[in-house]
Design a protein around this ligand. Structure first.
Ligand SMILES: Cc1cc2nc3c(=O)[nH]c(=O)nc-3n(C[C@H](O)[C@H](O)[C@H](O)COP(=O)(O)O)c2cc1C
Length: 410
């Protein structure tokens, strides 16, 4: 298909096109867009609202124990530096569905099946891709901690919850210094991007390659429009599916108290809101599931797809294959870190494949595969996970993390 560039990461010859027309939003219109009026902010800022602001973390975003690892990582050394990099990896819904067993210089990576999301990730592709992200963050960090990492996926010889063994050998320095430096600065950016085009060649060469996975770029305006419309339709389908919507809502931490207890899940800070809107959102009562869903559909239509400079799809031989899922996740982590090192915004967007897997699991008619395959120009069974990129207008918020003592056994 002429509008789509299919590139292995390092040999990429992408055509970057002019960015999408940008929706310029004033502060007032942003508040209106988010359903929050200035009067509401003023009223909520005093009295009871002020109390809620304090309890809801309006003044403490990104600080405190759930965020310590982001700030401390640069000063951590040795094996802990490597494991902590795994904990800081991107992962679906911030479920942090991992456990690490450390013996000397050997780190075992295990899946935590209790943290899977069977309705939003019916095939487990995101779960295992997220574990691949943790593996790759650790491999990259190993170089910066003076090790070389030897990785064996599914060491038992079968696809199980024992996902990887990483043996650290002294003496390496690693070629990935820029990616390692990006580990504590990498965040998912769900805010608006400017219309500026992205240098995909620079991004691809910074990310380098992972054998067994590739990146397919969608840059052409017409193709982006079609893909954008498909994302919106899939988002609407997720929110219209009560079980899928409820499961996702169960991982939303609207309150600072919840964040302190769970140290996982999605939060208001990660939604890409402007400062005033975010502040107001924290003052107001917690959003209902229905309101949250409506906000998500609107943001997908008016911000996420409207301001994407390009989309990337991680491709593998077969999305149902566990090794391919982990391997694709490893490349995904490298792409996100490379984007961070180049100052780009990076937003994982998987509504389409989540619906494909959901329809398949329910035995429902397959609504999305045919159009997903047509956009990819290859079988739907090769498009693992996807994301948008662009030059960001806003700095993304930090997401909480469980501590090393919560997830590591020695
Ligand atoms: C495999 C995978 C799938 C993801 N899918 C989505 C998605 O569909 N939508 C989204 O907004 N974020 C998605 N994310 C981003 C996670 O929600 C994010 O990594 C997590 O909340 C932690 O936040 P952080 O990336 O800022 O550290 C995904 C991440 C991974 C690794």
């Amino acid at each position: 298909m002429a509008t789509i560039e299919d590139n292995p990461p390092i040999d990429a010859t992408p055509t970057t096109t002019a960015g999408p027309e940008r929706t310029v939003m004033t502060r007032r219109s942003t508040l209106r867009w988010a359903g929050i009026g200035l009067g509401t902010v003023a009223a909520a800022g005093a009295g009871v609202g002020g109390t809620r602001a304090a309890t809801n973390g309006a003044f403490t975003a990104g600080s405190g124990a759930p965020y310590d690892l982001w700030h401390d990582w640069a000063t951590i050394s040795g094996v802990d530096r490597v494991v902590a990099a795994g904990v800081l990896a991107c992962n679906p819904h911030n479920t942090q569905a991992w456990r690490f067993a450390v013996t000397g210089d050997v780190i075992e990576v295990h899946s935590d099946p209790t943290r899977r999301m069977p309705r939003n990730d019916a095939s487990g592709r995101e779960h295992f891709a997220g574990l691949g992200c943790a593996v790759e963050n650790m491999v990259i960090a190993a170089g910066s901690a003076g090790f070389t990492a030897e990785v064996v996926l599914f060491p038992d010889g079968t696809a199980s919850d024992f996902v990887a063994r990483i043996a650290l050998r002294a003496g390496g320095s690693g070629p990935d210094r820029a990616l390692a430096d990006a580990i504590p600065r990498r965040h998912t950016n769900r805010g608006p991007y400017t219309g500026e085009p992205v240098d995909l060649r620079g991004l691809a060469s910074q990310a380098s390659r992972i054998d067994g996975a590739g990146v397919l770029w969608i840059t052409d305006q017409a193709a982006r429009d079609r893909l954008g419309a498909l994302y919106v339709e899939a988002t609407e389908a997720i929110t219209a599916d009560p079980d899928q919507s409820a499961e996702a809502f169960g991982w939303f931490r609207n309150d600072r108290g919840d964040i302190d207890v769970h140290r996982d899940g999605l939060t208001l800070d990660g939604q890409g809101l402007g400062g005033l809107t975010l502040f107001a959102a924290k003052l107001l009562p917690a959003q209902s599931r229905t309101d949250g869903d409506a906000f998500w559909v609107k943001a997908t239509r008016e911000v996420h797809t409207a301001t994407a400079a390009a989309y990337g799809v991680i491709t593998v031989g077969d999305v149902a294959d566990r090794t391919a899922q982990v391997t694709g996740g490893r490349l995904l982590a490298r792409m996100h870190l490379a984007a961070t090192s180049l100052g780009l915004g990076f937003h994982h967007m998987n509504q389409i494949t989540e619906r494909i897997d959901r329809d398949h699991a329910l035995g429902s008619p397959d609504v999305f595969s045919r159009r997903w395959a047509a956009l990819l120009g290859r079988p739907a069974t090769t498009g693992l996970v996807s994301f948008r990129i662009g030059h960001p207008e806003r700095t993304p918020g930090l997401s909480p993390r469980r501590s090393l003592t919560d997830v590591v056994t020695r």
